[in-house]
Write a protein that binds this ligand. Sequence first.
Ligand code: ATP
Length: 220
Amino acid sequence: MSAALEVTGLGVRYRRTWALRDCSLSVPAGRVAALVGPNGAGKTTLMHTAVGLLRATEGSVRVAGEAAFVAQDKPLYDDFTVAEMLTFGLRTNRRWDGEAAAARLAGLGIPLKRKVGGLSGGQQAQVAVTLALASRPDLLVLDEPLANLDPLARHDVMRTIMAETAGRELTVLLSSHVVSDLEETCDWLIVLNGGRMQVSGDIEELLDDHLVLTGPVGAS
Ligand code: ATP
């Protein structure tokens, strides 16, 4: 199975702090991978490096194809309407499929004429994920897409991700602090701790082996 993301001996340093060091992992194509680990484990740094926002200090990161990224904080512009956000992509991205995105959002009951800032947190998360998918990436990278959402909204966002990945050649890497939200929807697991990959593999096999905790991972 080919890898959608291949990280080899990756080290990323912010001034004197090594956020990642000798980190190697891969995400097989077509998987929905959960990236978990305690605060400061290096999840955001790994994602930023994967999508080209940060440069590797040492080692390498290889993405097969195009990546789309949804940042944890404020991935959208509050003052624009959903419809306006949908048209921006059209000008800048030739793979852009705004029609499908508009249909999906309308199906979710999200008013396209509403300003993004006027939507609920769950609706904003749906818009952010749907906009990222509209650029038809090969790899979708989501930094804590479920943070600050209630259980129903978390379920809805994961359902959107599942619906969009079914039958598509899309690989997803999403970070979270809690594995229990992800067991049903993710099929690959990567545990980071202290800037290194601790465990990774098929989520069911890891759960069968009792390697995975149900609470925050890596806390000891
Ligand atoms: P969280 O779950 O809290 O978001 P994380 O797993 O995403 O954490 P990172 O944000 O990647 O972890 O941080 C990894 C390490 O790098 C931490 O020690 C953090 O303090 C450090 N770090 C992150 N960003 C910077 C920065 N801009 N400047 C200096 N150090 C940083």
